[in-house]
Design a protein around this ligand. Structure first.
Ligand SMILES: Cc1cc2nc3c(=O)[nH]c(=O)nc-3n(C[C@H](O)[C@H](O)[C@H](O)COP(=O)(O)OP(=O)(O)OC[C@H]3O[C@@H](n4cnc5c(N)ncnc54)[C@H](O)[C@@H]3O)c2cc1C
Length: 463
């Protein structure tokens, strides 16, 4: 067994596996340690991918049932086959996690199966899944151990009726009543899935708005649209407890009657995961939330130990973790690695989708940056009309003096894809006029981005 490497990556999520591959491409001999049977981390196994598979399937179900008739398509009685829907989701996950194993082979990254612990700088002891231990050594170690679900006092997780996103990705039946604690990205996405499949969903949120942290106007607009679809919201509501009651559950909310339901989904965020890594013994500095503290080169307080992804500060997003994995590998190999944190988009895959990049209006106001604003509704976009998805709008914020794009916020069909144009434009330091003068295919949803850019300048053309 080979035990000597240039780089050992602990964790095979999007940060770790991408960082391992990039390091191998740059000529390093790399090992990646992972204790779960499948590679790909939270994102591929129990996060981004299975949730998007269910969002797509439940959207198709809902659309077939309620929207196809307007296009002149009569389908008769539409029935849900939940086991088949779950199988499709599991197949997608299986294909992609297997794909990572293939990429490791192609790039000669050694996959060490087991739980890794730092014994000393450059020394990782792995409790092997197959039994026994293996000692690995390398000049550099990249911690990419990700995150785990944040708990809420009083909410007694039982791994079944009162569970997390992991359980909500595999409910064996559609709950009659589902209470989702937390109206953030994960809560809204999984709440939408089960609501479309027939559950009555109540979202309980401590803040007085949904999607805390995102542009407020975007949040207000999204809430209205989601309410119309049937999601119900209790905002400014503090959950005191969630407990099993007979075959169902009861959720106690401060100042109101308890809510009886069939299932509870706790979705109040995630916290960095470093359990059993041995960081304390080595003196690796950690923040209040347990995150590994790193400098701009992803170096921890102990030389040779780096950290990236959900386990460090910043938004817990797969693509942020990937960028950091690549930048960290490049820094180790070349002495230079960089992530442009100002142009990292974030997307909520509800229908319509909600996507954002750059600064919100609230952040610009707080920083006292003068800005101009252009917006364009999808109801005035030809393609949106043709596909029957006219809800939402594009909002573009640009510097009042220089016209540089500072933020783009979209609610609308395919917003998660449309935001890529804005992210690239921002990464290149584009002005609103740059976007407005670029030709956009007609008829496309992307024309709404162009029109919002025009609206921030001399005026939109189609409204
Ligand atoms: C339901 C849900 C939906 C999501 N949807 C999206 C989305 O649409 N878009 C998006 O950008 N993000 C999404 N996320 C967030 C995304 O999954 C994370 O930001 C991303 O996975 C972080 O990547 P990472 O590499 O830092 O860590 P992770 O993906 O958490 O991977 C860490 C890996 O390290 C392993 N590990 C931990 N400790 C050890 C150890 N000691 N030894 C060996 N292995 C170890 C773990 O088993 C895990 O596989 C979602 C998350 C959830 C829960």
């Amino acid at each position: 067994m080979e035990n000597q490497f240039d780089l050992i990556v602990i964790g095979s999520g999007p940060g770790g596996y991408v960082g391992a591959i990039r390091a191998a491409q740059l000529g390093m001999k790399v090992a990646c340690v992972e204790f779960e049977p499948a590679l790909g981390g939270t994102c591929l196994r129990i996060g981004c991918i299975p949730s998007k598979a269910l969002l797509e399937a439940s959207h198709l179900f809902h659309k077939t049932k309620h929207e196809l008739a307007q296009f002149g398509i009569d389908v008769g009685k539409v029935a849900l086959n939940l086991p088949a829907m779950m199988k499709k989701k599991n197949d997608v996950v299986g294909d992609l996690t297997g794909g990572v194993a293939g990429l490791f082979k192609k790039n000669k990254v050694a996959h060490i199966k087991g739980k890794g612990r730092l014994d000393a700088p450059g020394k990782v002891v792995v409790a092997l899944t197959a039994g026994g231990t293996q000692e690995l050594s390398a000049k550099n170690v990249m911690i990419a151990t990700g995150s785990t679900v944040a708990r809420l006092p009083g909410v007694e997780l039982d791994g079944d009726r009162i569970g997390t996103s992991t359980e909500a990705l595999s409910y064996p039946e559609v709950p009659g009543q589902l209470v989702v604690i937390g109206a953030g990205v994960i809560g809204l996405e999984l709440g939408s899935v089960w609501q479309r499949l027939g559950a009555k969903v109540t979202m309980v949120e401590y803040a007085d708005r949904i999607l805390p942290g995102m542009d407020a106007e975007l949040g207000t607009l999204s809430k209205k649209i989601l309410e119309k679809q049937g999601l119900s919201f209790k905002l400014g509501a503090r959950v005191k407890s969630a407990t099993r009651k007979g075959k169902g559950c009861s959720v106690e909310v401060e100042g109101s009657d308890p809510i009886a339901c069939d299932r509870v989904l706790l979705a109040v965020g995630r916290i960095p995961y470093t359990e059993g890594l041995g960081l304390e013994k080595l003196g690796v500095a950690q923040g209040k939330r347990g995150d590994v503290i790193v400098n701009e080169h992803f170096q921890s307080s102990v030389p040779g130990i780096y950290a990236i992804g959900d386990v460090i500060k910043g938004p817990m997003l797969a693509h942020k973790a990937e960028e950091e994995g690549v930048a960290c590998a490049e820094f180790i190999a070349t002495g230079y690695g960089h992530v442009d944190y100002d142009s990292i988009p974030s997307v909520v895959y509800t229908h319509p989708e909600i996507a954002s990049v750059g600064k919100s209006e609230e952040q610009l106001k707080e920083a006292k940056i003068e800005y101009k604003k252009g917006w364009f509704p999808f109801s005035a976009n030809g393609r949106a009309k043709a596909i029957g998805s006219t809800e939402g709008r594009v909002k573009l914020l640009a510097d009042a003096k220089t016209d540089r794009v500072l933020g783009v916020h979209i609610v609308g069909a395919a917003a998660g894809d449309l935001i890529a144009e804005a992210a690239v434009a921002m990464a290149f330091g584009a002005s609103a006029e740059d976007i407005a003068r670029a030709s956009h295919a007609h008829p496309s949803l992307a024309e709404a981005v162009k029109e919002a850019a025009l609206a921030a300048g001399s005026g939109a053309l189609n409204i």
